[in-house]
Design a protein around this ligand. Structure first.
Ligand code: MLT
Length: 410
């Protein structure tokens, strides 16, 4: 019999959102009449923007005609989308990128989970605590977690950077040397942001120590305040130390369509066992051309339509809709006396559980008493214990119903 990858045995429980879905399905089975409001996983509920739909329809028509039909596309993505990304997401902010530095994919979750493959399994990773679980689990699967310590709730080879009320949910620099640092801003799960000065500290740290930052900016489109960095490359020198992943899932409702991109600048290097510098862009390109056949043409045409004048206007309206939900949740919870964070530059609201109730107990209470699904903070790490996340991605009706239930029921 084939030996398995024993690193998988170190993974704790199921994947967070799969575990929540399992618990909700069980509850639904036991209470078939329950009218459940789902504000757990950050899954969008608004329809795709008309400009996106029209572009996808046009692309489908092209696929229906042998003269315009497309087979395999470039593994890195089509130029029309790469150029639109560079012009709109980067040049507009004074950032220059080369077309060969942008890689289109089928999701930022895949990219932030896969980029670790181009690094040695001996690398030490640092993550914020609480953290999007994909960064941790992907590295545990690869063997960078070490052993799980049940008492501390941590893997012994991973460096955890506490994000607490005390540090405004932005981590301090690691006390020991690390090789790879995962940062996510606007943050999932806390909904908090980092200042340009704060980000500069990380870039300088990475330059000083030779670490690589994997920067997840999936929620960038939700930034409403001036001065909040939209990309790590706004910081001088970041091209030498950072990979950035961004997704259309939340920006344009693509959770079910699947499209994202990752930027790997050509200046960014790692070292081989002999101390020679190796371009990470070359390694990532090799990885993608081997294991990935590109994101579908129809999808990429849909994504490119987001950058047209109508596409921009329509996606802004959809984001505005969700951010109004965020305001309703934030203000509703504050009025009820909850300590609330996030929800201003991000679609997530991070709240302190009443009376320091453990997160999973609060989850059960909300589900059983009010039929509301949220995400327990403890699922994102030990520092998430005593916190809870609600998403603004529900419909307006569901958001209002949830707040009404919380107002009356807690
Ligand atoms: C979340 O709820 O944290 C996200 O939807 C998960 C994801 O984007 O994969």
């Amino acid at each position: 019999m084939a030996n398995i990858n024993e690193n998988y045995l170190e993974l704790q429980g199921g994947y967070l959102f799969a575990e929540i879905a399992r618990r909700v399905a069980k509850f639904k089975q036991e209470h078939p009449g329950a009218d459940i409001v789902r504000l757990g996983i950050g899954d969008v509920t608004r329809a795709l923007a008309p400009a996106v739909i029209e572009a996808m329809h046009r692309a489908v028509k092209e696929m229906a005609d042998a003269d315009t039909f497309r087979g395999y596309g470039p593994e890195q993505g089509y130029d029309f989308l790469i150029n639109a990304i560079i012009e709109n997401d980067y040049n507009s902010r004074g950032i220059t990128l080369d077309a060969g530095e942008v890689f289109i994919s089928d999701g930022a979750k895949c990219d932030v989970g896969n980029t670790q493959e181009i690094f040695s399994t001996g690398c030490v990773i640092a993550v914020a605590d609480p953290v999007y679980p994909v960064y941790v689990d992907a590295n545990v699967m690869a063997g960078r977690g070490g052993r799980y310590n049940a008492a501390s709730g941590k893997y012994d080879r991973i460096v955890y950077l506490p994000c607490t009320k005390g540090n405004a949910f932005t981590p301090e620099l690691p006390a020991k040397r690390v090789d790879i640092i995962y940062l996510c801003y606007p943050n999932n799960p806390t909904g908090m942001t980092i200042s340009k000065e704060g980000l500069k500290k990380w870039v300088e740290y990475a330059k000083r120590t030779g670490a690589v930052i994997i920067y997840d900016s999936a929620y960038e489109a939700y930034i409403t305040e001036e001065g909040v960095p939209h990309s790590i490359y706004e910081v001088e020198g970041a091209r030498e130390v950072a990979i950035e992943s961004r997704s259309y899932s939340k920006t344009a409702g693509f959770t079910g369509v699947r499209c994202a991109y990752t930027v790997v600048p050509k200046e960014l290097t790692g070292t081989d066992g002999k101390g020679n510098k190796v371009q990470l862009n070359t390694l990532w390109n090799r990885r993608q051309t081997t294991k990935f056949n590109g994101c579908s043409y129809i999808t990429q045409r849909g994504a490119a339509a987001i950058y047209t004048p109508e596409g921009k206007k329509q996606t802004r309206e959809i984001i505005g809709y969700y951010m109004e939900n965020a305001r309703i949740i934030r203000e509703g919870l504050s009025a009820k006396g909850f300590e609330v964070y996030g929800g201003v530059n991000a679609p997530y609201i991070w709240l302190k559980t009443p009376g320091d109730l453990p997160s999973w107990e609060f989850f059960d209470m909300l589900l059983n008493r009010l039929n509301i699904v949220g995400t327990p903070g403890a699922g994102f790490g030990t520092c998430g214990e005593g916190y809870f996340r609600l998403t603004a991605f529900g419909s307006r009706e569901d958001t209002l119903r949830a707040m009404e239930r919380i107002k009356k029921g807690i």
